[in-house]
Design a protein around this ligand. Structure first.
Ligand SMILES: [Ca+2]
Ligand SMILES: [Ca+2]
Ligand SMILES: [Ca+2]
Ligand SMILES: [Ca+2]
Length: 224
């Protein structure tokens, strides 16, 4: 797979493996299973917070979010956020994190994969190609990516909040037409993107170590 093989295979790193490691514990906002038509707290008064409530979601590293390449199509592996809380990636429902690394104003498939790798490395998982092993190359590259991401984590809490993710060129991608590609109309600011069933959300924070994200939701209504 890698053009250059360098170094002996390394055992899988840490608690993370393919499929991620959502611990599923202690989430305010009722992860999982509180999602539904009778979502508690929907429409409750805002109080002192800018959003009505925050909801925890599992992160889905290495999610197959589409395909790329013409002659030899390959899966596009992205770092998804399970916005509808069913434990798997759903096109058109869940968000995919993407950083515009070359600053051309849009996130392409390569950047989706590079963001996936960076988010994993940020959380200490250097298995960049998701094969369950961390080789020497991945350790070197993973450390570099981790340091790059730590540079965006300005308050050094190990998470990226909305401002930090935005300053990294971060966008939230929603595959509305479910074609496995992310066009311009499917790329949103992390401050406001459509969420399944209840209007718009903002990415409160992404924690790659514990594999969770919190989104703040506004009760804008049921349409986008
Ligand atoms: Ca899902
Ligand atoms: Ca770009
Ligand atoms: Ca932070
Ligand atoms: Ca699409």
């Amino acid at each position: 797979m890698d053009p250059i093989y360098c170094g002996t295979p390394f055992p899988p790193f840490g608690p993370f493996g393919p499929g991620g490691g959502f611990p599923g514990a202690g989430y305010p906002g009722g992860y999982p299973g509180s999602f539904g038509p009778s979502f508690p707290g929907f429409g409750s008064p805002g109080g002192p917070f800018p959003y009505n409530y925050g909801v925890g979601h599992g992160n889905l590293p290495d999610a197959t979010v589409g395909q790329h390449g013409f002659l030899f199509p390959q899966d596009t592996r992205g770092y998804a956020v399970d916005l509808n809380n069913n434990g798997r990636y759903d096109r058109g429902q869940d968000g995919v994190l993407g950083m515009d690394l070359n600053h051309d104003g849009r996130v392409d498939n390569r950047e989706i994969e590079q963001t996936n790798q960076r988010m994993k490395a940020f959380g200490g998982n250097y298995d960049l190609n998701g094969d369950g092993k961390v080789n020497f190359c991945e350790r070197i590259q993973g450390r570099q990516m981790q340091q790059e991401m730590q540079g965006y984590d300005r308050n050094h809490d190990g998470r990226l909040d909305t401002n930090e993710f935005a300053s990294a060129g971060g966008r939230v991608l929603i595959d509305h037409n479910r074609d496995g590609q992310f066009g311009r109309g499917e790329q949103y600011s992390p401050y406001s993107f459509p969420t399944p069933g209840f209007g718009a959300g903002s990415l409160g924070s992404v924690d790659p170590r514990f594999g969770t994200s919190v989104t703040g939701h506004t009760a804008w209504g049921w349409g986008y």
